[in-house]
Design a protein around this ligand. Structure first.
Ligand SMILES: Cc1cc2nc3c(=O)[nH]c(=O)nc-3n(C[C@H](O)[C@H](O)[C@H](O)COP(=O)(O)O)c2cc1C
Length: 374
């Protein structure tokens, strides 16, 4: 079986290959009467689009999205809204250069998926990585734009926090800076360092890994499930499902192993608004698989791009030992364009759990959950 669908109530199915005529998706389960046009989706695709700086692949894809179904003009307002039926989205591939891949047609690129596709299906589309190409993730970004419209007040933002050994200074974090540099980096000084470092990596024909942080604010308490389909489990699965992702952590993540119980405890007090206030967020906004109402904080690590100009030892499909060099256009660090992809996956998971919560529980329980007996 090949699973090309994720989500339960907000359900996304993608299709298409890197060098096929088009890529697309069907978003099923979106509630009706939500204003939706291409203009709501395109800005997110523009963030992920290749060829925008010397630090990403030079493939030139406008990634112009078309909505094929699932929308209609609302009689009262004249605005285009969702109808509750499947929303099909399509993006044409316009800048394929399949000849770049003919030299590696029969040769496995170490770190890429050709070998495992052959092991599973007995064949693979070697052009640009075929279905294993991150081109597919454009459709996740498109679906994420719809997901963002489902949860009232939801804000999902991502940032690149580390490239290779170079980390941002968290004290210098400024969300406004993320759109001012080609790295989606929240620290202007670190971004300048990233540029110098990545120029060196690129000129050597090499590549490098990265860490991305995604923060979702405006997530109401109560989303998730207590045992299976925990919110953090679903987030981890969705992020791990992005190409090249090798690690995911929530809140304090792996650093929690070094904390004492008292350091890790997110202590509670009553806030000025009469609601509970957590004094820290080591939990990353999830306790017992259920959202706390605090920001959801997730990080994921991507490996260095496997398509590099440095020769690597490998074998071909006929069982012969050889060496491979991958020419063509590649991202020297896939972590940059992974930022909008990570945001989209987080938005889709939260929208799915929001709809599931609405289906099972309806109105959230009112605070305080109990009144003291006289
Ligand atoms: C935004 C983005 C762009 C990518 N571009 C490339 C690329 O140009 N060359 C490459 O070898 N891998 C690239 N990848 C990674 C491959 O798609 C991925 O490594 C491959 O499908 C094998 O899957 P795995 O690494 O998840 O095991 C990219 C990943 C992302 C997220």
């Amino acid at each position: 079986m090949s699973f090309n669908t994720f989500g339960h109530l907000f359900r996304v199915t993608t299709f298409g290959e890197s060098h096929g005529p088009a890529i697309g998706c069907v978003v099923d389960g979106c509630p009706p009467r939500i204003p939706l046009s291409e203009a709501d989706i395109q800005p997110y695709l523009d963030k992920r689009r290749p060829g925008q700086s010397r630090f990403t692949t030079q493939r030139q894809e406008p990634d112009t999205v078309k909505i094929l179904s699932g929308v209609f003009a609302d009689e009262a307002t004249g605005r285009q809204v969702t109808t509750g039926t499947p929303i099909a989205l399509l993006i044409d591939n316009v800048d394929q250069r399949s000849r770049d891949y003919s030299a590696i047609k029969d040769v496995y690129r170490p770190g890429h998926a050709g070998y495992t596709y052959d092991a599973k299906y007995g064949l693979h589309d070697y052009r640009g990585g075929g279905r294993a190409s991150a081109r597919e993730t454009a459709m996740r970004v498109a679906a994420g734009a719809i997901a963002r419209k489902i949860v009232p007040g939801l804000i999902v933002r991502g940032a690149l926090v580390q490239i290779g050994p170079h980390k941002v200074d968290r004290a210098a974090w400024n969300w406004a800076e993320v759109d001012n540099n080609p790295f989606f980096c929240p620290d202007a000084k670190a971004a300048a360092g990233f540029a110098d470092f990545l120029d060196g990596v690129r000129k050597r024909g090499s590549s490098v890994g990265a860490i991305i942080e995604v923060v979702a604010e405006g997530v109401p308490a109560g989303l998730g499930a207590p045992v299976y389909d925990k919110l953090d489990g679903d987030l981890a699965g969705a992020l791990m499902g992005i190409n090249a992702v090798k690690g995911v952590e929530i809140g304090a993540g792996f650093a929690a192993a070094e904390l004492s119980g008292e350091e890790n405890a997110d202590e509670m007090r009553m806030g000025n608004d009469g609601k509970p206030l957590f004094l820290s967020n080591n939990a990353g906004g999830v306790l017992g698989g259920i959202s706390t109402g605090q920001p959801i904080v997730v990080r994921f690590a991507v490996k260095p791009t496997s398509s590099i100009l440095v020769p690597r030892r490998t074998v071909d499909r006929y069982g012969r030992e050889t060496e491979v060099v991958t020419k063509g256009r590649h991202d020297p660090c896939v972590g940059i364009r992974a930022v909008p992809i990570g945001e989209a996956m987080v938005a889709c998971v939260i929208a799915d759990h929001y709809l599931r919560q609405r289906g099972q529980v309806g109105e959230a329980p009112a605070w305080p959950f109990r009144t003291p007996q006289a």
